[in-house]
Write a protein that binds this ligand. Structure first.
Ligand code: FES
Length: 349
């Protein structure tokens, strides 16, 4: 019997399905078919796409045991970004947003031109790139794209900090010494250089509502949070917005004036910048502590009805904020996050 080149995938509780190539991941097939299933890094690192295999079999490409343990795999869980079907399959989504499972903004590929690489702190850079006229590229604030040098195959994922209405895309990128992409930001990448991109990806975009908005950024997680804040400011939102921006030391803080100026366009805005490890000579009079501690102190006894939270940064920070907010009464469905893993997600190296 000839080897099959594609398989049927049915997704529950959607009750809908699509074809998936025999060498394609289920997540990529879903994108190709117009579905925006829950995902984060798309590289088996973050667990956002974890689902349960109700029927059929898949091959799982390499992934971290943090994202999917061996025990979970044996019990029938799978990462859709790593799962390649070897039969027709039925999967049950663990995270499913009934209002947002259709791909509203198509995933595109193309090239952009570097406009500026600006130093923000000792290790943070702002990279701004011009889109070619007529590309039609768009995204939802909070999403990310893959970037790579056209002469090198390996890509890195970064969240846009700009708005889709701008003719350029902007990123806040942490420079890791020797980082395959971020290492280029200390002189190698110059205005006029071309970079390839693919995107947008990611599920952390603003949901409609009237209630308070909590924005929490850890380190370079400020990138997508800045895009969300710009989105709220642009819309002249009447929603109360609290932004917690957590870094380790004073020399890691940046863009506070920009955040305050965007916040001044909102009906109600509070910015809490926090240092988790201030040095004695930091002379810091603002908040100290981890982001979730600062947030808990600010929220007092609980979260108001209708609150939505958007959180971006390292996975331990995101998990600690999630735990704190659930304890304070936030509904699980109102928590939206982007876990920055080193290799992928919004803050790759
Ligand atoms: S583990 Fe699949 S999207 Fe991150």
């Amino acid at each position: 019997m000839p080897r099959r080149t594609s398989f049927k995938v049915r997704v529950e509780p959607l009750g809908e399905g699509f074809d998936c190539g025999s060498e394609e991941t289920i997540l990529d097939a879903a994108f190709r078919s117009g579905y925006l299933l829950a995902h984060g890094c798309r590289e088996g690192q973050c667990s956002a796409c974890k689902s349960f295999l109700l029927e059929g079999e898949v091959d799982l490409k390499p992934h971290s045991s943090f994202a999917l343990s061996e025990a979970e795999e044996e019990r029938g869980y799978a990462l859709l970004c790593r799962a390649v079907p070897v039969s027709d399959v039925v999967v049950e989504l663990l995270h499913f947003d009934p209002e947002n499972y259709r791909l509203e903004v198509p995933i595109q590929s193309g090239e952009v031109t570097v406009e500026v690489v600006e130093t923000l702190t000792h290790d943070m850079r702002r990279l701004r790139m011009r889109l070619d006229p007529g590309t039609g590229f768009s995204f939802r604030p909070g999403q990310y794209m893959e970037l790579w040098r056209p002469d090198r195959a390996d890509s890195r994922s970064y969240s846009m900090s700009s708005l889709p209405s701008e003719p350029a895309v902007e990123f806040l990128i942490r420079r890791y010494p020797g980082g395959r992409f971020s290492g280029l930001l200390d002189g190698e990448l110059q205005p006029g250089h071309r970079l390839a991109f693919r995107g947008p990806y990611g599920n952390m975009f603003l949901r409609p509502g009237d209630g308070p908005v909590l924005l929490v950024a850890g380190g370079s997680g400020l990138g997508p949070i800045l895009s969300l804040l710009r989105d709220l400011a642009e819309a002249g939102s009447r929603r109360p917005v609290l932004l917690v921006f957590g870094v380790r030391r004073l020399h890691d803080l940046h863009s506070l004036d920009l955040l305050e100026s965007l916040g001044s366009r909102l009906a109600e805005f509070r910015l809490l910048a926090a240092l988790s490890e201030p040095l004695p000579d930091d002379r810091w009079e603002g908040e100290t502590g981890l982001a979730h501690e600062v947030l808990e102190r600010a929220l007092g006894g609980g979260v108001a009805a209708g609150t939505q939270a958007y959180v971006a940064g390292p996975p331990p920070m995101v998990d600690a904020v999630l735990e704190a907010l659930l304890r304070l009464g936030l509904e699980d469905a109102d928590f939206h996050c982007d876990r920055f893993t080193l290799a992928a997600g919004g803050g790759g190296a």
